[in-house]
Design a protein around this ligand. Structure first.
Ligand SMILES: CC(C)=CCC/C(C)=C/CC/C(C)=C/CC/C(C)=C/COP(=O)(O)O
Length: 294
């Protein structure tokens, strides 16, 4: 003979010790069994908790109570019913799809970044290529790009050349400004395995989101591809440089993958801003006249 179905307290369904605990949604409520409880607890999780038995059972599902802080068995009608769950608890039980997606992305990001951080220290698995990665780091640093552009501007003897260089200077300064602004706003810490041994940094460079090297790599390479006439192999080289520079940020342990991915996106968009506001002797004559007088 099949044994009667039992509730969570081990009592056969429909024969609860206390008839007062037989309420809709509780396992002791006859006719529905366990599946009925699950269905009702999901439905009622959005509504205010009116029934203490339901609240108690939902509480038993929460991570806090799963750790054993709430005694499920032995809670009889003689004991005072637990207080209703606060709103935040119920939201925790029903995290939004976006919340789950973001947390999963973050977990994958941290895991992948740690795995790829193979040059984070001299003793890392690829520690011997660290000096090469640091050379690459300097190739995308703000100071050489700013000083190099200023130098070329001072040597340029054509209006067209000066116009392009003036806009490159504007692009680089805009990049430093926007990256600093976003780093200061987001304040995401650099990965724990990063060694803070970078060449000249600003105070916000203790933060990692977004990667300034990645924004510059995307911005500068898009700028070069649009304003310099280059043979195909050189164009490929420019794109490769940007990509490897971004990858090297994660390999050096300086950044998480999402810092670099967003940095590429930001740099790409920054070029669109520069292109939109393109400075020329027509719309910014003062700049060009001033430069000519030097
Ligand atoms: C030289 C001129 C014309 C102006 C100076 C403007 C200025 C304040 C430039 C700052 C340049 C600088 C120190 C940039 C920091 C570059 C850096 C270390 C970025 C961090 O990159 P990340 O990829 O680790 O985020």
């Amino acid at each position: 003979m099949p044994s009667p179905r039992r509730n969570v307290e081990g009592r056969p369904l429909g024969t609860s010790a206390s008839s007062s605990s037989s309420s809709p949604g509780s396992p002791a409520h006859g006719g529905g069994g366990g599946s009925r409880f699950e269905f009702q607890s999901l439905l009622s999780s959005r509504a205010p908790v009116a029934d203490p038995t339901c609240a108690r059972l939902r509480a038993s599902e929460s991570p806090v109570h799963r750790r054993g802080s709430f005694p499920l068995t032995g809670a009889g009608p003689s004991q005072a019913p637990p207080p209703p769950l606060p709103e935040e608890d119920r939201m925790d039980l029903n995290p939004s799809f976006l919340g789950i997606a973001l947390r999963s992305l973050l977990a994958i990001d941290l895991w992948l970044s740690k795995k790829l951080g193979v040059c984070a220290g001299e003793s890392s698995s690829w520690g011997s290529v660290r000096p090469l990665m640091k050379l690459l780091e300097i190739s995308g640093h703000g100071i050489p790009w700013l000083l190099g552009t200023l130098y070329c501007l001072s040597r340029s003897d054509s209006w067209a050349g000066r116009e392009v260089l003036m806009n490159l200077l504007f692009a680089l300064l805009l990049d430093v400004l926007l990256v600093a602004l976003l780093k200061g706003l987001v304040r995401r810490r650099r990965p724990a395995h990063n060694q803070m041994d970078m060449f000249v940094t600003l105070s916000v460079d203790k933060y990692s989101f977004p990667s300034g090297h990645a924004t510059r790599a995307a911005l500068v390479s898009r700028f070069i591809l649009n304003h310099l006439v280059l043979a195909i192999p050189l164009r490929v080289l420019v794109v490769l440089w940007a990509f490897i520079l971004g990858l090297s940020r994660v390999m050096l342990g300086r950044h998480n993958v999402t810092d670099v991915a967003f940095g590429f996106f930001q740099g790409y968009m920054q070029y669109s801003i520069v292109d939109y506001c393109w400075l020329s002797p027509h719309n910014a004559p003062v700049l060009f006249v001033l430069w000519n007088q030097q």
